[in-house]
Design a protein around this ligand. Structure first.
Ligand code: URA
Length: 432
């Protein structure tokens, strides 16, 4: 029998814990035998001391062992693909990639998380779609990937329940942005949900948990090692998160933008990342395409409407209303205008993410309800030319006072200068 306080103390003092000790701590927490406050203290000790590769692997294994696992390959007789992001602002990539990949005939099955801190979560975005069910049983998940070609689900009580609890706890105890905790959290979900090939989008910059390209590389390498250990093919894309991805930040607004992108009308930075990630998944799939052909098929699925048809099939299969008009709209829309002419030198992702959080698009405590309608639409991005009085962004709010506060916060996120900064691609590096 372990003593949690003793393990917390040993971690706090920089010792390496045994795999069995980590397993007992995590599994005890998942069974409700170890309270939130001890796990919160443990996460904080890990935040300062880190985990060794052996401890990170033990944590990943323990998270997986807290629930059931799915062997999608055996259940479908196909290679199933998955994509995951380390979290950013305006990152609705999975929502658009899933139907594009499925439209190309490759099964896509994904288990997702909720928003953490100032970053949004795929499940919260999906729940902006009226009726959409994120809590499928394992059998429903498998059947939907087989019959519809695509499913995105939450961590149910059956799959990785310990990560679900830990994730919510980390969100409100300032212990999210720790490399090993992120790697174990993401890879436990990926391995348990059974996809054989995984594209990981590792965000880098102001709005990401990894602020520097070096830290992002370390996170990518940790996740590649965990994937390799579990026999999965993993490719990591290191992508820019110095500014929000695309235009929309906030749940229903992002769903709308994902659908526009699936129809070929998305903002250029977001559309490029969606096509790139989709093509890499197709290249890893059992279609065995080369990258150029994979990209061509992803583009064709968007332009011939098959990706939009697959979006509708997917939403309806999970009980969602696929009509765009069903998405809730905020009652108040205010504009943020440029106070001078020039170009956007910077658009701080964290400031925009926090402004959206304060509008109600995210949670400040574990039990906060999300307001799906609110958020921000960034009409101008880094490098865009502006004239004084041009609309930089729109704030979608529930009431006047939150709208005014968000207008001030978003205005402060924009830095205007005489000249545009050098162009900066969204895809920074690929690690395989
Ligand atoms: N995404 C996850 O699934 N887990 C984390 O810890 C961070 C981002």
């Amino acid at each position: 029998m372990i003593h949690p306080a003793e393990l917390i103390q040993r971690k706090r003092d920089g010792e390496e814990l045994d795999s069995e000790e980590i397993a007992e701590l995590i599994l005890g927490y998942a069974r409700g035998e170890i309270p939130d406050y001890q796990l919160a203290a443990f996460c904080m000790a890990v935040y300062f001391r880190g985990l060794t590769p052996r401890e990170t692997y033990a944590l990943t294994e323990a998270l997986i062992r807290s629930g059931e696992t799915v062997d999608l390959g055996a259940a479908l007789g196909r290679k199933v693909v998955d994509k995951h992001s380390t979290g950013g602002v305006g990152d609705k990539t999975s929502l658009a990639v899933a139907p594009i990949v499925a439209a190309c005939g490759v099964p896509f099955g994904k288990m997702s998380g909720r928003g953490l801190g100032h970053t949004g979560g795929t499940l919260d975005k999906l729940e902006a779609i009226p009726g959409f069910r994120v809590e499928l049983t394992i059998d429903e998940f498998i059947a939907q990937v087989r019959d519809v070609g695509v499913a995105i689900v939450g961590q149910t009580a059956e799959l990785v329940p310990a990560d679900k609890a830990l994730y919510a706890l980390r969100d409100v105890t300032a212990t999210v942005d720790q490399l090993s905790l992120i790697a174990a959290s993401i890879m436990s979900k990926k391995i348990a949900a059974g996809a054989q090939a995984i594209v990981l989008d590792v965000k880098v910059g102001d709005g990401a948990f990894m602020k520097s390209i070096e830290d992002a590389r370390h996170l990518a390498e940790a996740m590649l090692a965990l994937g390799e250990h579990a026999g999965r093919k993993v490719v990591c894309l290191l992508t820019d998160m110095d500014q929000p991805l695309g235009s929309a930040v906030g749940n229903a607004l992002e769903v709308r933008e994902a659908l526009e992108t699936v129809r070929g009308q998305g903002p250029p930075d977001f559309a490029e990342l969606v096509l790139d990630a989709s093509a890499r998944l197709l290249a890893l799939s059992d279609l065995e395409l080369d990258e150029a052909e994979a990209r061509r098929r992803a583009e064709a699925a968007v332009s011939d409407g098959s990706a939009a048809a697959s979006w509708r099939r997917w939403l309806e299969a999970q009980g969602g209303d696929a009509d765009e008009s069903a998405l809730e709209q905020a009652p108040i829309v205010r504009e943020v205008v440029a106070d001078r002419s020039g170009a956007v030198a910077r658009l701080g992702a964290v400031r925009v993410g926090v402004a959206a959080l304060h509008l109600g698009a995210g949670r400040r405590t574990k039990d906060d309800e999300i307001d799906h309608a609110v958020g921000i639409v960034c009409r101008r991005k880094r490098g865009d030319a502006v004239d004084a009085g041009d609309v930089l962004a729109e704030v979608h709010a529930r009431d006047d006072s939150s709208a005014e506060a968000a207008v001030r916060a978003v205005a402060a996120a924009y830095e205007l200068a005489d000249e545009a900064p050098p162009a900066h691609p969204v895809l920074l590096e690929v690690i395989e």
